[in-house]
Design a protein around this ligand. Structure first.
Ligand code: G3P
Length: 215
């Protein structure tokens, strides 16, 4: 499974990229606003750090505007893909942008039906939101699993990004289900690195090594 980081924070991206495990980055308008930056400056900086897909979200709500924004965003760097919120206008825009060779990530996916339509329109990525379905008492991982099954049935090559990941178990579920990608917030990536028994084991090995040196 490919690992993307879900943030617009440059320092966090640099740190995780330095670990050698990062395949791409997703941003969204809320993450950009949190960093008090503008989208174009931010994704340009990210493209200088990470050599992999970077999602930048268009804010228009009509196909014409999405296409215009998408074309502009794609010029920032060849790794930029245009994130569009799932709706009828986004499907139209996806068709046009993908026919021009511009990658689209259709976001705010909450059902396999939406994912299937976005893939049919030519999206390179779809982003099912696991955590936000859990928030309303539905089972996000079930929706992700159905989406993966549908795509497998028809050899659909659109990549599924498990998004709205809230804890390490969501990452595990995404990997077990077979999502192509999980886009993971920084704090969850950090949690995935460590384990209390690893820390305890390191402490014990170091202590034994020190004792052995003295004897
Ligand atoms: O990038 C979109 C997505 O991952 C949002 O997550 O936690 O705001 O539902 P969240």
């Amino acid at each position: 499974m490919k690992i993307f980081i879900d943030t617009a924070n440059i320092e966090m991206i640099k740190e995780i990229s330095g670990l050698g495990i990062l395949d791409g980055v997703t941003t969204n308008p809320s993450l950009i606003a949190k960093e008090k930056t503008d989208l174009r400056t931010c994704v340009k900086k990210i493209s200088e750090i990470v050599d992999g897909p970077i999602s930048a979200e268009a804010m228009s709500m009509d196909a014409e505007g999405m296409i215009k924004e998408g074309r502009e965003l794609s010029l920032i760097h060849e790794n930029i893909n245009v994130k569009l919120p799932m709706c009828a206008e986004a499907l139209k825009a996806t068709k046009t942008l993908s026919s021009e060779g511009i990658d689209v990530n259709v976001t705010l996916i909450f059902s396999p039906h939406q994912a299937l339509l976005a893939a049919k329109a030519g999206a390179r990525f779809v982003s099912p939101f696991v955590g936000r379905l859990d928030d309303i008492g539905q089972v996000g991982s079930e929706m992700l699993s159905q989406t993966v099954a549908v795509f497998r049935n028809y050899d659909i090559d659109t990549e599924i990004i498990a998004a709205s990941i809230r804890h390490p178990v969501h990452v595990l579920e995404a990997a077990m289900i077979g999502a192509h990608i999980a886009t993971i917030p920084y704090d969850i990536l950090k949690k995935m690195i460590s384990h209390p028994k690893t820390d305890e084991g390191i402490r014990l090995f170091l202590a034994d090594h020190e004792r052995a040196k003295k004897s």
